[in-house]
Design a protein around this ligand. Structure first.
Ligand code: HEM
Length: 121
C-alpha cells in the first residue's frame, strides 16, 4: 500500500516527479523549458506545503503568475490530469486526495478565467 503525503520531503518528491512528466509532455513542455527549476521547484514545494501541511508564509498571487502564459483551459486540463496521475502513482490517502482536489479546482478556475480573458481581445 502506498503512503499518504506527510512531509515536505514527500512534496518535494511529488514536485520532482511531476516536472519530469511535464518535460516529457508534448502539450505542456514549451511552457516550462525556459524556467530555472532550481528557483521554481522550491516555490512549488512551498505552495503545496502551505496548502497541504499548513506551512505558513506563502503569499504569492498564483493567478498573476499564469496570466500572461497564453495557456487555455485545454492546457490546464492536461496539467491537472498529469498531476492526478503523478499523485496516484506515488501516494494514497487524505492528503493525496486533497492535493488532487485543489489542483482540479485551481486548474478549472485559471483555465476558465484565461479562456474568458483571451477571448475578449
Ligand atoms: C497549463 C497549466 C500551467 C502552466 C503552463 C503553468 C506554468 C507555470 C509557470 C511558467 C510558472 C512560473 C511563473 C514565473 O515564475 O513567473 C508557474 C508558477 C506556478 N504555478 Fe503554474 N502552471 C500551470 C498550472 C498550474 C496549476 C493548476 C497550479 C496550482 C494547482 C499551478 C501553481 C503554480 C505555482 C504555485 C507557481 C509558483 C508561483 C510562485 O510562487 O512564484 N500552476 N506555473
Amino acid at each position: 500500500m502506498k503512503k499518504d503525503i506527510q512531509t515536505k520531503e514527500d512534496i518535494a518528491r511529488l514536485v520532482n516527479v511531476f516536472y519530469d512528466r511535464v518535460l516529457q509532455n508534448e502539450k505542456l513542455v514549451h511552457f516550462f523549458v525556459h524556467l530555472n527549476f532550481e528557483e521554481h521547484k522550491p516555490k512549488m514545494v512551498h505552495f503545496w506545503s502551505f496548502v497541504l501541511l499548513d506551512e505558513p508564509g506563502y503569499n504569492t498571487n498564483v493567478f498573476d503568475k499564469h496570466a500572461n502564459l497564453h495557456a487555455n483551459s485545454s492546457d490546464f486540463n492536461e496539467w491537472v490530469s498529469l498531476f492526478h496521475s503523478t499523485v496516484n502513482e506515488l501516494f494514497e490517502g487524505e492528503k493525496a486526495e486533497a492535493a488532487k482536489f485543489r489542483a482540479t479546482t485551481i486548474g478549472y478556475t485559471f483555465g476558465s478565467k484565461l479562456d474568458a480573458l483571451n477571448n475578449q481581445a
